[in-house]
Design a protein around this ligand. Structure first.
Ligand code: TXA
Ligand code: MG
Length: 311
C-alpha cells in the first residue's frame, strides 16, 4: 500500500501525522531545504525502521529537528559561538553539530553512537507545526532511498519511498532545494562538514572564518563520495552536450531549448531547481552533461552535490 498524501496546511493532517509519529510511524514532512522522513528521535524502534526504509547505513547519524534553540539546549552543549549561529540563522537551513548532553532523550541509534548530536530548527511552517504538535525531537534524513536524489516535492517522496512509510505531508516545492549546511561547533571553532542551503559567506559574516572538513574527516560520517546520485552518468563542467547526452544548462548564454537551472544565472533559483531537474533528465537519458556552475553562494553546495552525484 502506498502512503496517503495530505495537504500540510490542514491542521487535521498535522494532528494525524503527530499521532502516527507517537505510535512509532514514519512521516515525510516538508522543510525549506528538502523533504525529510520524520520519526520519533527517542524511539529506537521507530528509528531502526527509518534506517531500514531508506536502506541507510547505520554508521551515518541523523539530524534531530527541534522548534528552536531553547529546545536544542536540552540535547546539546551550546557554546557562545553555537548560540550566535542559531541566533543569526535559526529557524533555517543550518544544522549545528554539538557535544551531546549525556542522558538526553534522543536514542543512541539516531546519533550512530557518537558523542555529538546534529540539531536543526527548520523554518517551513508545516515542519514547525508538526514539531509543536508532536512535542519532542524528530529525526529527519532526506526522504529518499539512501544515496539517491533528495526529494523537493511530495511526489518525489511518493516515487522513492511511498510503499515503505505511513504518511506524506505535502507542503509544496522546497524553497531552498539543497540540504542544510552542517557545521560542527567545537568550542569557538566552526567546521563546515557539508556545504548546504546557507552560503558560506553568510556563515562567515556571522561567525568569522569557517574551517572546511576534508573528505574522510571522521567528523562527517555521512559524507559518502557517491551520494545524491541519479541512475544516469553525469559529466560536469560541460560547455555543450555530446551525442546521446541530455543537457542541464545554467545561465543566459545557454540554448533556449535546454533545460536550465536558472536562465538568469541566479544560484538560489538553481539550487531550488537542482534535484527536480536531475530527476527529469534521469528519466529521459542515460547520460547527462551539466554546465559549469560558479563556486559562489549556493554554487558551493550545488557543485558538492553534483560531484557526489557524478562519482
Ligand atoms: O536539510 C537537511 O539537513 C535535511 C532536512 C530534512 O532537514 N536533512 C538531511 O539529513 O539532509 P541527512 O540525514 O540526509 O543528512 C544529515 C547529515 C549527514 O551527512 C550526517 O552524516 C550528518 O548530517 N550528521 C548527522 N549527525 C552528525 C554528527 N553527530 N556528526 C557529524 N555529522 C552528522
Ligand atoms: Mg540525504
Amino acid at each position: 500500500m502506498t502512503a496517503p498524501i495530505l495537504n500540510a496546511a490542514e491542521p487535521a493532517a498535522i494532528a494525524r501525522a503527530a499521532d502516527i509519529l507517537r505510535a512509532g510511524g514514519l512521516v515525510a514532512m516538508p522543510t525549506e531545504t528538502v523533504y525529510g522522513l520524520a520519526a520519533d528521535a527517542a524511539n529506537a524502534k521507530a528509528v531502526a525502521r527509518l534506517y531500514e526504509a531508506k536502506g541507510r547505513p547505520r554508521f551515518n547519524p541523523l539530524i534531530s529537528h527541534v522548534p528552536d534553540f531553547e529546545a536544542a539546549r536540552r540535547h546539546g552543549e551550546a557554546s557562545p559561538l553555537a548560540e550566535n549561529l542559531a541566533a543569526a540563522f535559526w529557524p533555517g537551513p543550518l544544522t549545528l553539530v554539538l557535544p551531546a548532553r549525556p542522558g538526553g532523550p534522543v536514542c543512541d541509534l539516531a546519533r550512530a553512537g557518537l558523542a555529538t548530536i546534529a540539531l536543526r530548527a527548520p523554518a517551513h511552517p508545516a515542519a514547525q507545526a508538526l514539531l509543536q504538535a508532536f512535542g519532542g525531537p524528530l529525526v529527519a534524513p532526506s526522504a529518499n532511498p539512501s544515496e539517491g536524489l533528495s526529494p523537493t516535492r511530495a511526489a518525489h517522496v511518493a516515487e522513492g519511498l511511498g510503499d515503505r512509510i505511513d504518511l506524506i505531508l505535502d507542503g509544496g516545492p522546497c524553497a531552498v532545494g539543497v540540504e542544510s549546511s552542517v557545521v560542527a561547533v567545537r568550542g569557538e571553532r566552526a567546521i563546515l562538514l557539508r556545504p548546504g542551503g546557507l552560503p558560506r559567506a553568510e556563515l562567515e559574516a556571522a561567525a568569522g572564518p569557517i574551517e572546511t572538513a576534508r573528505p574522510g574527516d571522521t567528523g562527517s560520517p555521512g559524507m559518502l563520495a557517491r551520494h545524491y546520485a541519479p541512475k544516469a552518468a553525469l559529466r560536469l563542467n560541460a560547455a555543450a552536450p555530446q551525442a546521446g547526452e541530455a543537457f542541464l544548462a545554467f545561465g543566459p548564454d545557454a540554448p533556449a531549448e535546454a533545460l536550465n537551472l536558472s536562465s538568469s544565472g541566479d544560484l538560489r533559483e538553481a539550487a531550488a531547481n537542482l534535484f527536480a531537474c536531475l530527476r527529469r533528465l534521469d528519466a529521459e537519458a542515460a547520460r547527462i552533461a551539466v554546465a559549469p556552475i560558479p563556486e559562489q553562494g549556493l554554487g558551493e553546495a550545488i557543485n558538492d552535490r553534483l560531484r557526489r552525484a557524478a562519482s
